[in-house]
Design a protein around this ligand. Structure first.
Ligand SMILES: Cc1cc2nc3c(=O)[nH]c(=O)nc-3n(C[C@H](O)[C@H](O)[C@H](O)COP(=O)(O)OP(=O)(O)OC[C@H]3O[C@@H](n4cnc5c(N)ncnc54)[C@H](O)[C@@H]3O)c2cc1C
Length: 305
């Protein structure tokens, strides 16, 4: 069955891809390796859900089976969620099919039978539009499209026994213990930058966050260089991409690698003691001053509202 095929190990992201695939006005087929995810995907209303069943339970071992499915069904496009696993599978599928791969697409467009995707280049300084030729593989990060519950389509479920790659073996598993909040869903974020002198001072950011009902994030230097906060709380091109209603940057210089991750925030407030700091160029409100003075004043003012 020709059409757009979507895969993500993250069910919500898969719902987003199904909504995106719907805009192609082609058949929409979801691919999964588990009956459970198959039944969860039905609420998003893909036309068909292919449940691939192999001997091997490692998702990465299914790339050959997915490539075969896409070839057999004459698929026009394979959309994979840009998770760690999705990127891996997308690259393997593209290589096996000798298909073009467009990674980390911010948007995908279908126009006059052509597929194009826009993605950021040079750390977000430019946007490049790429056009797919023949079967194309595209990875799409979460949050670019909204998943839509669609009861009007009764999905057809097709279970298939497939060959999996026996070279990949799961020898054990353990849950990922997340230390920080899920910033991608936060409505308000206070971000800690290198303007903080010592770890104990982060309490200032936490007090402001508490007053606002916000989560606390940080720049990469705070997480990776100083090790003051968990890696999953740093924001930017190589960290979390966020889009809160309010983002307050305390002692953050505003380098492009960081601001890439906050550009979709509704309101950006920069607090920096250097009036020439780059953060002010992307801020809706800028406060030139010492964060040690400003942040407690803001927290008190908010508490008194
Ligand atoms: C390939 C690559 C990928 C990267 N990815 C990321 C990423 O995903 N996320 C990320 O964050 N970074 C990333 N970086 C690093 C990025 O380039 C910057 O180095 C980093 O964001 C700077 O962090 P900062 O703003 O906390 O520190 P700094 O650049 O050191 O800025 C500190 C700021 O605090 C201000 N300040 C100092 N004292 C005070 C005070 N008392 N009150 C108020 N302001 C004060 C200073 O004026 C300064 O502007 C990446 C870099 C590379 C090369």
């Amino acid at each position: 069955m020709a059409g757009v095929y979507v895969y993500s190990d993250n069910t919500e992201l898969c719902g987003e891809l199904i909504a995106l695939a719907r805009t192609s006005e082609q058949e929409v087929c979801a691919v999964t390796m588990s009956d459970q995810q198959g039944s969860e995907l039905a609420k998003y209303g893909p036309d068909t859900i292919f449940v691939l069943k192999g001997q091997n339970h490692a998702a990465e071992s299914y790339s050959g089976a997915i490539a075969k499915l896409l070839t057999d069904q004459d698929a026009s496009l394979f959309l994979a969620g840009a998770t760690v696993r999705g990127r891996d599978i997308a690259a393997q599928v593209a290589a096996k099919m000798k298909a073009g791969l467009i990674s980390e697409a911010g948007s995908v467009n279908f126009c006059n039978g052509k597929i194009s995707a826009a993605r950021y280049m040079y750390g977000g300084l430019t946007e490049q539009v790429e056009e797919g030729k023949g079967l194309t593989v595209i990875t799409v990060p979460s949050g670019r499209y909204a998943a839509v519950n669609n009861d009007s389509v009764k999905s057809v479920v097709v279970s298939m026994t497939v060959d999996t790659d026996p070279r990949i073996k799961i020898t054990g598993s353990s849950p990922i213990v997340k230390e920080g909040a899920d910033l991608s869903k936060a409505g308000r974020i206070v971000c800690v930058g290198m303007g903080f002198d010592k770890k104990e001072d982060l309490v200032i950011a936490h007090k402001l966050a508490e007053a606002l009902g916000a989560e606390v994030g940080c720049t990469r230097c705070i997480a990776e260089d100083r090790g003051w906060m968990p890696a999953e709380t740093y924001i930017g091109i190589s960290g979390a991409v966020v889009k809160p209603d309010l983002y307050i940057a305390l002692g953050v210089s505003g380098q492009i690698q960081h601001t890439f991750g906050v550009r979709d925030s509704k309101i950006i407030v920069g607090v920096n003691n250097n009036e020439k700091a780059t953060i002010f160029g992307v801020s809706d409100y800028g406060i030139v001053g010492d964060l040690y003075e400003i942040a407690p004043l803001l927290a008190d003012a908010i508490k008194n509202i």
